[in-house]
Design a protein around this ligand. Structure first.
Ligand code: BGC
Ligand code: BGC
Length: 454
């Protein structure tokens, strides 16, 4: 069976982070408040009353973090740009001090031989835009494209590829439908316009980035959906869930239309938000790659009570769980990628794994994480052997950070962070990942050099 040693030549190794989770310095150099700054102030919103006010202080310690990446030997770094640093109120001219931070970061990365892969939006919307409706407002899509252009103007000479949005699915569901994340709105299905407007923003930004010769990806959260049984009601519920989680964003991008959401009583215009020409614009922008964030599969059963959502989540038994309680099912990654190819065929762009990883309570001796990463990379190699065009893997995450509503209680880093002293200490998984990357490179060089002489 193929394993991680068989990932292709040219495969890109990386690590991922996001601005609000690591930067801190929320009021420095003209940064405006984001929805997360405001949300964290709500009593009970974030575990332990924590926030990203200081986080990993990466804004000041980015040099040390780049050195950690250089030590890993990664090809690429996926980070996100904080929109409220660039436009403190979400519109108007760029804040030069905000752009200057990413300028320094990009230069430091390039000097370390690491390709920057910025995500333009990883959930930290300028609060001023939220006050105008946030992603429920169509206008936010146009503001997003303007912001993207400001980032492109400043960094485009050194940044080859961009990710527009991170996990628009999770942002819509956790942020607008359930209210577990910022902006903390619990609108249930009335949150769907936040899906369409994110996609419209993606389409507008992707259009202009690609027109200017840049590569564009979008990163979403995907999960293979398994019905709890073969009973038709469970199968139908699983299909309904799959449409929402896996197809809501990907169908418009790759097929030019929304999936059938009639099981939810939702009309194809998503609550009236879809206007003529929108779907054409979103699909026409095109994608150079699909970013896949994978953590776990989902098991779905028929709903137990009528009148609510058309599915119920069921437990996945008999597998290990992360500190978060998420089931560990490495083969779900292979299943997911093969499923995407079956669904979208030749319309499926090359895949980059833009996030994959786990939280564990182990401080430095994180053998659990090493097993998690190793088995998922084996599954990825198997998907590749079965014909999936996969170009890279960016593990989540470089350093322990602010895990949104969980505060710092869930640690996903290859590097431990002591949040009192900001001291960084590489975990066992850091050394393991470094060696894996080095071995992969050495094999590539071996192949390139041809058979060895005695
Ligand atoms: C999902 C993860 C997702 C997370 C968002 C979980 O329920 O399983 O894949 O990233 O929610 O915080
Ligand atoms: C998000 C990350 C998050 C990770 C673990 C994804 O949902 O993009 O920001 O930290 O998964 O929950």
């Amino acid at each position: 069976m193929p394993n991680r040693g068989d990932l292709p030549a040219g495969f890109r190794w990386g690590v991922s982070t996001a601005a609000y989770q690591i930067e801190g310095a929320v009021a420095e150099d003209g940064r405006g408040p984001s929805v997360w700054d405001v949300f964290c102030e709500r009593p009970g919103a974030v575990k332990g009353g924590e926030s990203g006010r200081i986080a990993c202080d990466h804004y000041h310690r980015y040099g040390e973090d780049v050195e950690l990446m250089r030590g890993l030997g990664v090809d690429g770094y996926r980070f996100s740009i904080a929109w409220p640093r660039i436009q403190p109120t979400g519109s108007g001219p760029a804040n030069p001090a905000g752009l200057a931070f990413y300028d320094r970061l990009v230069d430091a990365l390039l000097a370390a031989g690491i390709t920057p892969l910025p995500t333009l939006f990883h959930w930290d919307l300028p609060q001023a835009l939220e006050d105008g409706g946030g992603w429920l407002a169509r206008d936010t899509a146009y503001r997003f494209a303007e912001y993207a252009e400001l980032a492109l103007d400043r960094l485009g000479d050194r940044v080859p590829a961009w990710i527009t949005l991170n996990e628009p699915f999770v942002h819509m569901v956790f942020g607008y439908a359930l209210g577990i994340h910022a902006p903390g709105r619990a609108l249930m299905l009335d949150a769907l316009p936040a899906a369409h407007h994110q996609l419209l923003g993606h389409g507008l930004a992707a259009g202009l980035l690609r027109e200017r010769g840049h590569q564009v990806l979008i990163a979403n959260n995907f999960t293979p959906v398994r019905p709890a049984s073969e009973a038709p009601a469970d199968v139908a519920a699983a299909e309904a869930y799959d449409a929402l989680h896996n197809r809501l964003f990907t169908d418009p991008l790759l097929r030019g239309r929304y999936p059938d959401l009639s099981a939810y009583g939702v009309t194809p215009d998503l609550g009236g938000s879809v206007r003529p020409g929108d779907l054409e614009l979103i699909a026409a922008a095109g994608l150079d790659g699909l970013g896949v964030n994978y953590y776990n599969p989902t098991r779905i059963a028929a709903p137990t009570e009528p009148g609510g959502l058309p599915f119920a989540e069921a437990e996945i038994d008999g597998v290990p769980r992360t500190a978060f309680g998420w089931p560990v099912v490495p083969d779900g990654l292979r299943e997911l990628l093969l499923g995407l190819r079956t669904r979208y065929g030749n319309a499926l762009p090359p895949i980059t794994i833009t996030e994959n990883g786990c939280s564990t309570d182990a401080t430095l001796d994180d053998g659990f994480r090493i097993d998690y990463l190793a088995t998922h990379l084996d599954a990825l190699a198997q998907a590749h052997a079965q014909g999936i065009d996969v170009r890279g893997y960016y593990t989540w995450s470089l350093i322990d950070n602010v895990e949104w509503a969980e505060g710092t209680s869930q640690r996903f880093g290859l590097v431990h962070v002591d949040f009192d002293t900001q001291r960084r200490t590489p975990k066992a998984s850091y050394a393991w990942y470094r060696d894996l990357i080095a071995t992969h490179r050495a094999r590539q060089r071996g192949w390139a050099a041809g058979p060895r002489r005695p």
